[in-house]
Structures are given as C-alpha cells and as structure tokens.
Design a protein around this ligand. Structure first.
Ligand SMILES: C[S@@+](CC[C@H](N)C(=O)[O-])C[C@H]1O[C@@H](n2cnc3c(N)ncnc32)[C@H](O)[C@@H]1O
Length: 279
C-alpha cells in the first residue's frame, strides 16, 4: 500500500489482475510490474469515473464488459521500431526470401506472419525488404499477416502514419522509395506508401486462443512477445507455429528469447530457427 496513491491496489487485488492477465493473454506479471500495472489501471479507473479498483474489477467481471479490451490494451507493452534487430531483415533479404521463392516457384506465393506486430513497424520493415527482393512484375503474390492482441496498436498499423522520429531507423534509400513525409497539417509525420500497405493485413488475434489460419508461412516473426510468457506457454506456441510453417521455413524471436530442445526446429544462430521436422 502507498498512502500517496489516488487509488489503492491491495496484494489480493494485484493477484486478481495477475491471474486475469495470465488467463487472457499468457503474460505472466510479477512484482516488478506492479507499479506499471497500478499506474495504467489507475488511469482506466479515473477515466471511467469509478471510486476504486473494486468497482473496476466488478465491471471487468461482467461477461459482456467492453472494458476487457481496454484492460488488455492497458497491460500490453508495445515498444517497437523499424528494422529492430536488423540482422533478421538482412537474413530475410539474403536467405529466407530467396529460399521461399525457390520453394514456391510453382505457386509464386510468399507468406509471412508478424505475430505480435505492435504498431506495425515490424510488418512494414518486412514489406520493404520483400519489395526489394521480389520483382514487382513477375506475378508473385506476397502477403504479410500482422496480428496483435492490442486493438489500439493495430489501428496505428493500419493507418501507416508515424512520428518523424521513427524515420531515423529506416535509412535514406528506403525512406525515398517507401515513405512520404507529411506536409502542412501533417508536418512531423511520415506515411507508409500504399504499395506497402496493400501487402499487409492487420488482424486482431490472441496467441492464446485458436487461430483461424491455414498457412503455410515461409517466415514467422514472433519477437519480443513471449518474453512475458512462462516456459510451458512458450513451448506450446513453438509447436503451434511449427504446424503453420513450411518445411525449411524460419521462426525469428526477440533478442532475449530462446527455444529449448524442440526437435522440430534447428537453431541457426542469433535467435533464428529453421523448421526441419514435420511439426
Ligand atoms: C514489445 S511488442 C513487440 C513488437 C514487435 N514484434 C517487435 O519486436 O518490435 C509485444 C507485442 O506483443 C503483443 N502481445 C502480447 N501478448 C499477446 C498475445 N497473447 N497475443 C497476441 N499478441 C500479444 C503486445 O500487444 C505487443 O504489441
């Protein structure tokens, strides 16, 4: 308890939040996240004009609560940037996409999934690389599925509009080819070109629930998402990804994530895994 706080969150209430978040999102919260959770949920309690957390949790407990979406949005951590962990994009350009094109030469189809795409910088980075590697007029059907649990970040992704400071990570050549700078009222913003937007479908999808997806995907990016999931939840996810990956397809993870002893995947270094088994 902290008497200076506008709303008090007891140990028992924090336990309730942890359980609900784990059940709904797979995210395991611990005491180091307590302040962050307290701050973010306090702002929900305040904007709803409620007296305390008990009132808020009662609202969430109602089966049809629209607030559940806001609750989940408030808990997720959405840090992202263009070309984050750039070695994945270099590998995509030099190896994963050329291999996918050789494998799919007959169907001329390439499919990539950005699972936990946040505000869309990851799928737009993938789209820029795909545009560079796959010839425009050779009849290739290239699609990127971008999914997230958080509905607010998906709106940003669909808009394709970002603050100018995000441009720094893109590089001059790509900025010239794929990005437009805002003018007048849109000064200080950048906008992704429609040719990139057309390649990406942003969809709401909770990795803990069933996936209405058929695959096969040539590459799955699931980076900086499972860091808050426990090991059994992660292991279940790897085998579900394996089922949707093409044989020889790749799974990329975040810098602090790893896969332990899954026979379906071969580690190929720097948080990249190749599907070798049947999944
Ligand atoms: C830190 S961001 C990472 C974004 C991007 N992949 C990157 O590496 O830059 C993690 C994203 O995972 C999403 N996420 C967390 N749990 C999820 C779940 N159960 N299902 C789908 N997305 C989830 C969050 O909403 C958040 O946008």
């Amino acid at each position: 308890m902290n008497p200076g706080r506008e709303f008090q969150l007891s140990d028992q209430q924090f336990g309730w939040v942890c359980k609900h978040v784990k059940d709904r999102t797979g995210i395991t919260l611990n005491d180091t996240k307590r302040n962050l959770v307290h701050n973010r949920l306090s702002s929900r309690v305040r904007s709803l004009g409620l007296a305390d957390f008990d009132g808020y949790f009662a609202l969430l407990d109602r089966a049809d609560s629209e607030e559940l979406e806001e609750f989940v949005n408030a808990i997720t951590t959405n840090v992202t940037s263009f070309f984050r962990e750039n070695h994945h994009f270099e590998f995509l350009r030099d190896t994963a996409l050329p291999e996918a094109m050789a494998r799919n030469a007959g169907r001329r189809r390439v499919r990539i999934w950005s699972a936990g795409c946040s505000k869309g910088m990851e799928p737009y980075s993938i789209a820029m690389v795909a545009k560079e590697v796959i010839p425009d007029n050779a009849g290739w059907d290239t699609k990127i599925l971008a999914t997230d649990l958080d509905t607010k970040v998906l709106q940003v992704g669909r808009s394709g509009v970002y603050g100018i400071e995000a441009a720094e990570a893109i590089g001059d050549d790509r900025l010239r080819r794929f990005v437009r700078r805002g003018r007048g009222a849109n000064e200080g913003q950048i906008r992704m070109m429609p040719e990139l937007q057309q390649m990406i479908s942003f969809k709401h999808l909770n990795l803990m629930e069933t996936w209405p997806l058929r695959g096969p995907f040539d590459v799955i990016f699931c980076r900086n998402v499972v860091i808050y999931f426990d090991r059994p939840t992660q292991a279940t996810l790897w085998s579900r990804f394996a089922k949707l990956l093409a044989h020889g397809g790749y799974l990329f993870m975040g810098h602090s994530e790893s896969m332990l002893g899954d026979a379906t995947f071969e580690p190929i270094g720097r948080t990249m895994y190749r599907k070798i088994g049947d999944g």
